[in-house]
Ligand binder design. Structure first.
Ligand code: LLP
Length: 417
């Protein structure tokens, strides 16, 4: 990925050699490039330039405070899915009107918290949620700004676990119920309809599903507005993929040229656009450094046991996801063997890469690439493993943005009998 490259036989993030960071902070260690995030954001900003728009970073992808701070300073709004994420958003000083609240299961307490600070929009996912939000807002003497998340029933052609725009999954309101939901919402005294929302899945690498979804959403906007309910903004969700394994997703600006053309052609060129990108902003800005502990050659498989595990990098175990794994300092002229790269956790599912050609010795440091999104934010303490430390690189400077979690941190809330 850009901003992660070999220079003089050393893997670098921007101007900082990763071997030095591993040495200084230990492993496993996440290292992110600030420039990579800002350059990914700039592609969206170029694509939407000249239009009224709000890019809300879907912070579930990586919610570390310094990362939120860097993106918010660069002009991002935030897409949140919990009261906890709202607290993080506020902690980095975001203007609450630039926050949108997604998710199928908002609690009353979360709704109150978000209404109190004045967030920009609730993306509502069911009739039942709409009614509860109406009640909560009326109790507070407020009107909640709402979009209805619609399910456009298009196939995003991605992993079933991260495909969300098809009938038969839990997200959004079915096409045929959208109009009645909007007329109902418009009549609720505690609600103010501001937009429409959709999100068809994640790690999408084709333009087609987006264009189809745009057409379906615009069909709905036409029908909703014909019924007398004005739609100020169209929230088109996130989902744009990144290159993990030679994947070739469209660039954000190219994708948006196509989508804006569609909107213009259909007479919606004046609408405010909101988007909720997560992975495409941070995924390829991060790597996870891990040290080789043991080589365990075998009859059927060779195992390379490293100090990062499924609790740090859950995507292979959960989705059979592929992440490139490369040495931080390559051993030239050494013969490579084929290894399954596995962690120390007591589960056969604890693997990070399968059948990888690597020439390594114990003590070598490897970099697991494309680890900026859905790794640290999904990390756990399974096997009482402390969560990794994180470093944000900015040019030749490296900032520790999260210290390694200690055992005391892990047991802080526990009490003996
Ligand atoms: N908006 C909504 C409503 C979402 O549910 C999501 C992601 C996003 C935006 C951001 O999508 P992105 O641009 O990051 O694709 N843990 C999985 C991915 C789960 C995605 C969940 N929703 C993975 O590691 O692949």
């Amino acid at each position: 990925p850009p901003f992660v490259s070999y220079q003089n036989q050393q893997l670098m993030v921007e101007g900082v050699p990763l071997a030095a960071l591993a040495h200084e902070h230990g492993t496993p260690l996440f290292v992110y490039s600030r420039a990579a995030m800002l350059s990914a954001l700039a592609a969206y900003q170029r694509g939407l330039a000249g239009r009224e728009h709000l890019i809300c970073y879907a912070m579930k992808a990586n919610s570390s405070l310094a990362i939120l701070q860097a993106l918010v300073r660069a002009g991002c709004g935030l897409d949140i899915v919990s009261g906890g994420e709202l607290e993080r958003a506020l902690a980095v000083g975001i203007d609450p009107s630039r926050v949108i609240f997604s998710g199928v299961g908002k609690t009353r307490a979360e709704m109150r918290q978000a209404l109190q600070v004045g967030i920009g929009c609730f993306n509502v996912e069911s009739r039942a949620e709409l009614d509860v939000l109406d009640e909560v807002a009326r109790d507070m003497g407020l009107r909640a700004p709402v979009s209805v998340r619609v399910n456009p029933n298009v196939d995003a052609q991605t992993h079933p676990y991260i495909s969300t725009g098809l009938k038969g999954n839990k997200f959004g309101i079915a096409h045929e119920d959208v109009l009645s939901t909007y007329t109902h919402a418009a009549a609720c005294k505690g609600l103010r309809v501001v937009g429409i929302d959709c999100h068809i899945g994640s790690q999408i690498t084709q333009t087609g599903p987006y264009v189809d979804a745009m057409d379906r959403v615009l069909d709905l906007v036409e029908r909703i507005e014909a019924a007398g309910v004005h739609i100020e903004h169209i929230d088109f969700g996130g989902g744009l993929g990144i290159d993990y394994q030679g994947d070739t997703p469209p660039e954000a600006d190219v994708l948006w040229q196509a989508l804006l053309q569609r909107m213009d052609a259909r007479g919606f060129g004046d609408r405010k656009i909101c988007i909720e990108p997560g992975r495409s902003l941070v995924g390829n800005a991060g790597v996870c450094l891990t040290e080789v502990l043991y080589l365990k050659p075998g009859e059927q498989k060779n195992f390379l046991i490293v100090d990062a595990a499924m609790n740090d990098l859950p995507r292979p175990a959960m989705y059979q996801a592929f992440h490139r794994i490369v040495p931080v300092v390559p051993r030239n002229n050494a013969t490579a063997s084929t290894w399954d790269v596995v962690g120390p956790v007591c589960e056969s599912g604890d693997w990070i890469g399968r059948d990888r050609e690597l020439a390594v010795h114990p003590g070598d440091v490897l970099a697991v690439l494309s680890a900026g999104a859905y790794c640290m934010s999904m990390a756990s303490n399974y096997n009482t493993r402390g969560r990794a430390a994180e470093v944000l690189v900015d040019g030749t400077q490296a900032h520790l943005i999260r210290a390694r979690e200690s055992l005391a941190d892990q047991t802080r809330l526990e009490r003996l009998l």
